[in-house]
Design a protein around this ligand. Structure first.
Ligand code: TRP
Length: 333
């Protein structure tokens, strides 16, 4: 623990466009958490290369994600904000942790199985080792809590297992982290098929709203969103998945409670309702996008943030790795 506050760690991969689902489930929560925790946030480019990336795009997406983090309100003075590949301890600890992780455990990971099916031509060792690198990320910073989506639960569980395993063989070294699974907006559904999670890589891009979509695109996508039979606008995910998904989005983007939202739309037609949700999202995203663009035009500033972030992160990572090397018997001079 650094000072009084508990340590919080999370990361996002710089792969293509973030959706508003990613925003609600991750970045917007981080903004709220940064005052109550000692926060460390990474851009996980080492995880990103487990599926083939275009180098120029990966570079571009990295800066773009950094600018987006800051535009959304992540404060680089309050948090440690850095690029994973800038801190070599991640790769080094991952190597050590590999020797405390069993092949069978990795083969059973749901995400590994899914991605292997999707990228059958490139089932590389990194893809299989992805959870161990993630464990290294988290354990290096002695994180107490890790806010992630439920799709990362299994990775967090294996992180805990690896930490306990190491601590039991040697002596308490790693903090065993708790997952912080977000409730509200934890799963924003696809606009065209609310039973599916809104995803970066949906088949139909009209079902996903991206952080980079302009106002007209956002409104058009919401106008086309599926609703349900009946005409009532109330939150009932079982029977009204489409309407409920839109209400959740509206509630998060306006900061209004669900009951207030329902009241606001009572007697309203679906058409006007969908337009109102689209406008609320566009109103929120427009200034974020403008700030992101402004930051992206100041590369020197962003490079400075990354340099500073890497320095702060390395100082912490180095301490943990030194302890680990000592415990496992690496000779030090
Ligand atoms: N695997 C995470 C995701 O895709 C990203 C990630 C990498 C991460 N390292 C992490 C999340 C450490 C939390 C903690 O969402």
């Amino acid at each position: 623990m650094q000072g009084e506050k508990k340590i919080l760690y999370s990361a996002v991969q710089p792969t293509n466009n973030l959706t508003i689902g990613n925003y609600i489930g991750a970045v917007s929560n981080w903004v709220n958490l940064q005052n109550s925790y000692d926060c460390v946030f990474a851009i996980a480019n080492m995880h990103a290369i487990t599926v083939r990336q275009n180098p120029a795009e990966l570079r571009k997406n990295t800066l773009s994600l950094l600018a987006l983090y800051i535009a959304c309100g992540i404060d680089p003075q309050k948090c440690v904000l850095y690029l994973q590949s800038h801190v070599h301890e991640h790769a080094e600890l991952a190597w050590v942790l590999n020797t405390f992780t069993y092949v069978g455990e990795m083969e059973r990971m749901t995400q590994f199985k899914d991605k292997s099916a999707r990228h059958a031509d490139n089932i590389n060792m990194g893809l299989m080792d992805y959870p161990v690198l993630m464990a290294a990320d988290i354990l290096l910073y002695l994180a107490d809590v890790v806010p992630v989506g439920v799709d990362q639960r299994q990775h967090l569980e294996i992180t805990r297992d690896i930490a306990v395993r190491f601590n039991n063989i040697y002596s308490p070294t790693f903090v065993v982290p708790e997952g912080l699974y977000m409730k509200v907006g934890a799963k924003i559904g696809d606009l065209l098929d609310p039973s599916k999670k809104m995803s970066k890589s949906a088949e139909n891009a009209n079902g996903s709203v991206f952080m980079s979509d302009d106002r007209d695109t956002i409104i058009r996508k919401f106008k086309r969103a599926v609703t349900d039979s009946g005409s009532e606008i109330k939150y009932d995910p079982e029977n009204k998945p489409g309407v409920s998904n839109l209400l959740s989005i509206y509630s998060v983007f306006t900061g209004k409670g669900m009951e207030e939202c329902e009241r606001e739309f009572s007697g309203c037609g679906y058409g006007d309702f969908k337009l109102a949700v689209g406008e609320a999202v566009a109103d929120k995203l427009t200034p974020i996008q403008a700030e992101q663009a402004r930051l992206l035009s100041d590369k020197a500033y962003l490079d400075g943030i990354l340099r500073e972030g890497a320095e702060k992160a390395s100082a912490r990572a180095r301490r943990t790795l030194a302890k680990v090397y000592k415990k496992i018997g690496f000779y030090q001079v």
